[in-house]
Design a protein around this ligand. Structure first.
Ligand code: NOJ
Length: 582
């Protein structure tokens, strides 16, 4: 027993800001996960829509930038009301995206390149064209309670009114009426996305079978979409009816918008975490069988305390990667943020996260305005330094490596259901997610090299002549080159396993230190629009000259330049990775 205890103690080392076991890191723990919005990545057959064969043809790009895994937006059969987030058949590949043979080919090529494939999975809701929903709406005995059905009310004019005041994330009532069943169904997103009923054990079993089915094809993981919306309150606790939600008191929300209500009955329900741990068991069973960890990533837009519950609590395992939207939330503040907010957001996640678990970082996705547009192009490198050099998993939304900006998508071309639902040719732009979904920019050629089609499903963003992979690969300095340098740096032990400490040296300047034994780095970035002089000796054991390992595109410093640690003048938007000389 004593001997075992000694072995246990000597296996403990200090890593990240945590105490961790000095075990070999698993493949995903410091992975760069590259998010591909398949519809916009690469079109292989000239129909103006990206597809799976297109992804396969461009896996070399992922290899070159140092990505370890590709996470694909939903590829299952869908009428595309919400572009794949409305699945009609979870066992079939969407024909516009290809066939199961194309998918096998993708897995084969990815495995040759040692790139893992992660699938997006949408369990909260299906498409209203799913056979399950059609059967349920016809009261088929087996599927009868697969969705959330409820009786409405009848007003004095005989109109049918929804069961309660719940509002969908896409605006307006989250209930729609189905005449053949003479009941309302719940949809927390669009009308075409009915919510499944996870209080039915048959539904839970079916969803677990689907996870198992795809993990068995050899994919390395899944991202579980909108996981905190899976359960609604148990109506049996309210006499068999769903209660109204209280008003949020948010004065900026109109009465038909999601933020108008406080969603105490439709999100973050306690039952969710147990279900997630059941999902995790499916992941673990296959991981153990194949000796390859299948990674579960969870997507939950919620407060920090709920967000970190997805890591698992007590004996219940949770997700490997519960999405951390902390940096995105800072950017959501518009221009009202500075280096102190960045430091605080990072510290907050590191503080709430269970000690032994991995953090993860991202600055964008298919739902958010692109960083180069919401902040400014000159800060692209600084933010990529954050994502790639903070401890843990890095998640890059396609295009961030070249600093893509939002596309200009006019009302006449708008496809996003969230924007279309506004029915407002002016205000749609405030919510439209299309600008972040425009075609990937490969070259300065036709359709930015994305497609040979006459017209692409969304227009290519302006500026693609300069912002594209080809130009940035051949330029002496570019976001692309900085990104590649950063992923290479990331393979050093100091970034993979090293400790972390940070300072907001000035309201505009954020800096962090990563170190492992004597290998020490300072990453420093000026978010301000004027130059700042900072003293990096505020960090323990930093002194003398520091050597430049990487610098933002507009920096006057280049690789191997020396800078003084106690008097560093940083230009506006300048970001540097510096190494302590030993
Ligand atoms: C979250 C996804 O990120 C978003 O794109 C989608 O519209 C909704 N879930 C609905 O599934």
């Amino acid at each position: 027993m004593f001997k075992l205890f000694v072995i246990y103690l000597s296996a403990v080392t200090v890593r990240g800001s945590d105490q961790n076991f000095n075990l070999k890191q698993d493949w995903w723990e410091t992975a760069v996960i590259y998010q591909i919005y398949v519809r916009s990545f690469m079109d292989s057959d000239g129909d103006g829509i990206g597809d799976i064969a297109g992804v396969t043809s461009r896996l070399d790009h992922l290899k070159e930038i140092g990505a370890d895994a590709a996470w694909l937006s939903p590829i299952f059969k869908s009428p595309m009301n919400d572009f794949g987030f409305d699945v009609a058949d979870y066992y079939t590949i969407e024909p516009h995206y290809g066939t199961i043979e194309d998918f096998d080919q993708l897995l084969k090529k990815a495995s040759e390149l040692n790139i893992k494939i992660i699938l997006d999975f949408v369990p909260n809701h299906t498409s209203n064209e799913s056979e399950w929903f059609i059967k349920s709406s016809n009261r088929d005995e087996y599927y009868n309670d697969w969705y959330i059905w409820a009786n409405g009310h009848i007003d004095c004019d005989g109109n049918k009114l929804p069961p309660n005041n719940w509002i969908s994330l896409f605006g307006n009532s989250s209930w729609s009426y189905m005449p053949n069943r003479d009941q309302f169904y719940l949809h927390q997103f669009g009308k075409a996305q009915p919510d499944l009923n996870f209080r039915s054990p048959v539904v839970v079993d079916e969803i677990k079978s689907i996870i198992k089915f795809w993990l068995e094809t050899g994919v390395a993981g899944m991202r579980i979409n909108a996981v905190n919306l899976i359960f609604e309150t148990d109506k049996d606790n309210f006499g068999g009816t769903y209660p109204d939600e209280p008003k949020s008191g948010n004065l900026h929300s109109s009465s038909n918008s999601y933020n108008y209500l406080d969603h105490i009955y439709t999100k973050d329900q306690d039952e969710t975490y147990e279900l997630v741990s059941q999902f995790r068991e499916v992941f673990d069973a296959i991981s153990i069988r194949d000796n390859l960890t299948r990674v579960m990533m969870t997507d939950a837009c919620t407060n920090i305390k709920n967000a970190v519950k997805y890591y698992g609590e007590g004996v219940q395992s949770g997700a490997h990667v519960p999405f951390n939207f902390a940096l995105i939330e800072v950017l959501d503040k518009g221009s009202d943020w500075d280096a102190r907010d960045i430091k605080y957001a990072i510290d907050r996640w590191m503080t709430y996260k269970p000690l032994m678990k991995q953090a993860n970082w991202m600055i964008g996705n298919q739902d958010k305005s692109r960083l180069a547009s919401r902040v400014r192009p000159d800060l692209v490198d600084a933010f990529n330094m954050l994502v790639l050099l903070l401890p843990g998993v890095a998640i890059t939304y396609m295009g961030e490596e070249i600093g893509m900006i939002n596309g200009a998508v006019p009302w006449s071309n708008t496809k996003d259901p969230l924007a279309c639902n506004t029915d407002d040719p002016v205000k749609y732009i405030e919510v439209s997610r299309d600008p972040a979904r425009t075609p990937f920019q490969w070259s300065s050629g036709k359709n930015a090299g994305f497609s040979t089609a006459h017209k692409t499903w969304l227009p290519v963003a302006n500026g693609y002549k300069n912002i594209n992979v080809d130009s940035q690969r051949s330029a002496a300095r570019s976001h692309y080159k900085v990104y590649r340098t950063l992923t290479k740096l990331r393979s050093r032990t100091a970034f993979r396993e090293g400790r972390y400490e940070s300072h907001a040296l000035h309201p505009d300047v954020f800096a962090f230190k990563r170190w492992y034994k004597h290998d020490t780095y300072i990453v420093v970035m000026n978010f301000g629009k004027t130059y700042r002089i900072v003293n990096l000796t505020a960090f323990d054991l930093i002194f003398g000259q520091l050597e430049v390992e990487a610098s933002s595109v507009l920096s006057s410093r280049t690789y191997s330049d020396n800078v003084p640690s106690d008097y560093l003048d940083l230009a506006a938007d300048e970001a540097l990775v510096l190494r302590m000389q030993v």
